[in-house]
Structure formats: C-alpha cells, structure tokens
Design a protein. Sequence first.
Length: 277
Amino acid sequence: MARQLHARAGIGVAAHVIQGRGLAALRMHVEQAALVFVARGIKTVRTAQGRTVRALPGQALVLAGHQTVDFHNDIPEGAQYEARWLVFDAALLEDAHYRARADAMERAGATSAPARVLAHPGEALARAFDAATLALPLSERMPDAIVRLRLLEVMHWLLEHGIALRNPPLRADASTRVRALIAGHLADAWPADRVARELAQSQATLRRRLAAEGTSLTQLLTDARMATALSLLQATTQPVAQVALAVGYESPSRFAVRFRHRFGFAPTAVRGHERNP
C-alpha cells in the first residue's frame, strides 16, 4: 500500500514510518513539536543536552521543537521498525485555550522537556492520536477547523499526562533564518547570492555570520535536504529517484553519494536493501 506524508498548513503533519533495518540518524533538526507512537522496534533519542530517552513498542515519545537530536531506530533481526508520527504546527501551540491551560499546568508542575517517554500512554490518548492521524489525509471530507480540533484534543490529553508542548523561542541567528527561508523549497537551487538577497545582506556578511555559528550555507542546505529525504524514504513509498528530485537533485547517483556521506548508509538501506537506486 502506498504511504505518503499528510500535511495541513497551520495544523500539522501525519507520517507512518517504516524502516527495513535498524539505523541511526545523527544531528537531526526537529522544527516542530511531535508525538511518536512506536509499533515495532525501539526508538532512542539523544538530545543536545545529553539526555537519552527510549520508547519500546506500545510506548510513545514526545519531542519539543526547535532542537537538534540523534535518532536511533533499532529492530530485532529480520523484523522492521514501525512508528506513527504526529507533528504539531507552532500555531496550534499558541491556541488561546490550550496555552492558558498549559501555562497553568506548568506552574503546577507539568513539564516541557526536550524529549520524554510515555511508558503507558493510555487508551484515551491512543484513540485521540489515531483520530488525528486519520483526519489529516481527508482533505476533501474533513474541514481544517475539525482537523485542528482533533490535534488539539491530542495536546490536551498530553496535558492530562503532565506534558505541556512548548517550542523554545527561535534564535534570531543566521542559521535559523536560512533554515526558515529554504524550508518547503528544497528543490530550488539556492545560490549564495539569492539567499543573501532574500535575507537583505551581502554574501560576505552571510558567510561571516554562518562561519561564526560553526556552519555554512552548503552545510545547512545539505542537512535540510538530507533530513527531508530521510523522512520521505521512511514515510512514503516514493522511488529514490523521485525523492532525489524532491530535494533538489536531478541525478539519483549524486543524491545517493551525498546521502551516504551525511548518514553513513545508502538511501536504499532505509527500506531494508542495499542495491543502487
């Protein structure tokens, strides 16, 4: 059965992730808060602060946005890794009723840690999660207002577990501005002069500011493209060549080389085999 990412602007994204083998993806930027239910295998997350959390089958993992983490998806020999993701748009976190309740519960002790595991998610949260992930794909039959309420229901059930979703404030640095600029347009060429022009600064200033932050335009573009490619390989059945095009590579072989350099394994390895695309 074909799988694809299901997204609604201002609301969120649903994804059904399947991997044919255990893999590690290091230094992955998580832009939006997310809830992950693990069905098969084990998901381990290590945050930039050094905290490690692990979710087993039947457990759930909550991630805050605006952070960089290491992911390890491990599976028993001969099995698959499988999980379902629900990503919450930042606009939902600012819903007035939710924010008032979350603020009150945080004052009373609810947490908004970078990563947290729910060992016993409970039937109510699981049902709300299923309803939300099923609603996102129904673009013609489910109005945005109803889908929004479905995701908010999940967020309120997380509050019942003592978990408040909150994205840390965005830094106003050059790296963050570049990520925001290229997001959703990764198939574009993004030469340095265009990026500098869009950010209203000279190329020299852009290079200098990125270098001071320990990165470069090339690295930011590559990381964003490879992270999106990994998500597409995990959560869709698109051919590798189509994934390559979606993130700006006309040559599948060049894409495969860059992907292997970034992650240490071939794009085809994500789905459980090593043959060339």
